[in-house]
Design a protein around this ligand. Sequence first.
Ligand SMILES: Nc1ncnc2c1ncn2[C@@H]1O[C@H](COP(=O)(O)OP(=O)(O)O)[C@@H](O)[C@H]1O
Ligand SMILES: [Mg+2]
Length: 161
Amino acid sequence: MTLYDEGYARGAQQADGPLRPVGLDVAPGAATTHAVMSEQDLLTVRHAVRSATVEAGFALVDQTRIVTAASELARNAYVHGGGGSLTIEVLGHGARAGVRLIVRDNGPGIPDLEKALTDGWTTGAGLGHGLGGARRLMHEFDVDTVVGQGTTVTAIRWNNR
Ligand SMILES: Nc1ncnc2c1ncn2[C@@H]1O[C@H](COP(=O)(O)OP(=O)(O)O)[C@@H](O)[C@H]1O
Ligand SMILES: [Mg+2]
């Protein structure tokens, strides 16, 4: 399922085209936003991220790194955040092509981010390796979380780096 987010618009000649971020250096039509509200959505998201990494020219091992990171972040938004969305952007930087993941939820937020990033630390039934693992798999990683409001994780992996 595709959602609409603030900061996104369709191109003038593309009434039905994919949504793309406004003011960011990306190839036209390169951003898609997917709901993360069910186990089925988690599967759909994995396929969509895989496609984006192929489109961006990543080799198989890097494709899998990015899919794994996206999967962990999406699962967190679903399990801990009560559901959310994942935006996938193929960044248009030529030789420095990359993929940016933005995972949002309006859940409880993360009171102690340092602890949450620590391997083995969990408040749930998981293994506690998701958030820290995702950070290690990506080149840029930012968590914006507000208790009582929600969490947004933005992560980029660049190609040829
Ligand atoms: N989107 C989120 N919203 C609220 N809490 C989160 C979110 N993502 C992670 N957390 C918190 O950080 C902890 C560690 O996350 P993670 O490393 O993925 O381990 P796990 O999901 O196995 O518990 C979680 O147990 C949870 O308390
Ligand atoms: Mg997790």
